[in-house]
Design a protein around this ligand. Structure first.
Ligand code: AP5
Ligand code: MG
Length: 216
């Protein structure tokens, strides 16, 4: 059982490390970004609302996000196995709402993981990322290249670039992170339960540091 948050700027490796954490700890991975992208793909009302903000690299309004995240946290798999939040909370308001929700359930967070990566590295990671259309697996044209260009190693699906991974939008996402999300590092530091991890190290090294922070 694990109840934690992966904090970190766009491109820090939250999704990449989440795959490994899920495998080791058998915990549901809840990425609000993934939930919105699935809704955009399916053409839902929620997807239409979220897309306006995501395409500009702005945050989706707090109330909408909080409702979606807390609804997801109420599902049985989270009651049974806990949760790994990725991309939520992203503002102090969202963090306070999450605290209220958890307090209401008599639950507490385990150590929050903060992935630290310098801005120039983030830009290279975001603009070089490619994602599988079919299974969602994530690659990087230089760091984690697929065996065959444009094709997913795992399922043979077609790789594409996220709509918000162009230079201009990526830069704005990093600015938005610095202004709105970075204060959460302080927030969880004050609560006394955060581990700062070097997210610029090789993937497996970063994962090993996460495991030592969370415990076996
Ligand atoms: P979201 O989907 O959460 O995107 P993000 O936070 O910008 O983060 P990314 O998914 O871009 O990066 P990541 O940290 O997962 O990195 P990854 O592992 O892929 O949010 C998207 C949008 O949705 C937001 O802009 C907002 O509009 C909206 N939204 C979502 N949640 C919201 C909320 N709570 N409130 C309001 N709005 C919300 O890695 C990146 C690349 O680097 C990959 O190519 C990977 O292969 C490579 N890589 C990773 N680790 C390493 C390593 N150690 N070495 C070398 N390469 C690496
Ligand atoms: Mg991600």
């Amino acid at each position: 059982m694990l109840r934690t948050i992966l904090l970190g700027p766009p491109g820090a490796g939250k999704g990449t490390q989440a795959d490994r954490i899920v495998e080791k700890y058998n915990v549901p991975h809840i990425s609000t970004g993934d939930i919105f992208r699935a809704n955009i793909k399916n053409g839902t009302e929620l997807g239409k609302k979220a897309q306006e903000y995501m395409n500009k690299g702005e945050l989706v309004p707090d109330d909408l996000v909080v409702e979606i995240a807390t609804d997801r946290l109420m599902q049985d798999d989270c009651k049974e196995h806990g949760f790994l939040l990725d991309g939520f909370p992203r503002t102090v308001y969202q963090a306070e709402k999450l605290d209220e929700f958890l307090a209401g359930q008599g639950l507490k967070l385990d150590t929050v993981i903060d992935l630290e990566v310098a801005e120039d590295v983030l830009m290279k990671r975001l603009t070089g990322r490619r994602v599988c259309k079919a299974c969602g697996a994530s690659y990087h044209i230089v760091n984690v290249p697929p065996k065959q260009e444009g094709i997913c190693d795992k399922c043979g699906g077609e790789l594409f670039q996220r709509a918000d991974d162009n230079e201009e939008t990526a830069k704005n996402r990093i600015d938005v992170y610095n202004n709105e999300t970075a204060p959460l590092v302080d927030y969880y530091e004050k609560a006394g339960n955060i581990a700062k991890i070097d997210g610029a190290a090789p993937l497996e090294e970063t994962f090993a540091s996460i495991v030592s922070a969370l415990g076996e």
